[in-house]
Design a protein around this ligand. Sequence first.
Ligand code: UTP
Length: 297
Amino acid sequence: MPNTVTKAIFPVAGLGTRFLPATKSVPKEIMTLVDRPLVQYAIDEARAAGIEEFIFVTSRGKSALEDYFDHSPILEQELLRKGRTDLLDALKQTDMESGQIAYIRQHKPMGLGHAVWCARQLIADEPFAVILPDDVIAAEKPCLQQMIEAYEETGGNMVAAMEVPHEKTSSYGVLDAAEDRGSVVSIKDMVEKPKADEAPSNLAVIGRYILSPSVMQNLHEMKEDTGGEIQLTDAIAEDIAAGGNAFGYLFRGQRFDCGSKAGFLQATVAFGLARDDLRDDLMNYLAEMVQANRAAQ
Ligand code: UTP
């Protein structure tokens, strides 16, 4: 049977505390890089990889996200009346066929693993992708598409991975991987947020996964950790311990941690500079700012 993946889970039920007070009323995933919210980048990447069903795990206060993928008849009529076909085209990115997108509530923020488990009844017995929209990856070939192509050869579980400085491992799930550093590495174990001196490597898991149904089954049986959360990393590690295959995929592309303020600002600049209509003004402005700041120091 070919390893096809047609469903993706987007866990977006976190509290987004690093962006308070903004995230008190604006979901993090609706914050924009230039003129597109984070969630649009995630959906585009999933579509490019052949995903057909989009499952959002949401929480209280995320209705702006549901509205974003809804039709907006008054706005559309007004744009039509004004002949703004350019803007009507821009709106088309947000079109979803009825039934293609589902929203499930995570009632308490009990961790990423728990959020993924909330979607269990829509996944049934098939492999599925997980995309964290706050990890934005700029790449010629979208990251999930790269991974699905590799996964068609390997099967098993696959996580996106990248090398991080050793002192940063405590912010990530970290791979205990075979030495060979091709683009696909075989994983022996995974550890959630290890201290730098205990980390098995500097290969960190980034927010893209392709998972087998047995990982969902593990989540079903898991207990909360001491922090009261259920970790996705632990469910994958358990699958490996039970003899399942897992692979780290070292993607080609640049990842921005848009869940952090610094990462979000860097992404804003990078995506602004990538736009023909903004590049020159932005570059001049940045050069002036850098010069003025240096002079003031
Ligand atoms: P983060 O660790 O970035 O947490 O979650 P967060 O709540 O979004 O942000 P901070 O740390 O408070 O600023 C990584 C991803 O997992 C989802 C988040 O929405 C985000 O996409 N998540 C996390 C859930 O869906 N549920 C949870 O219980 C925890």
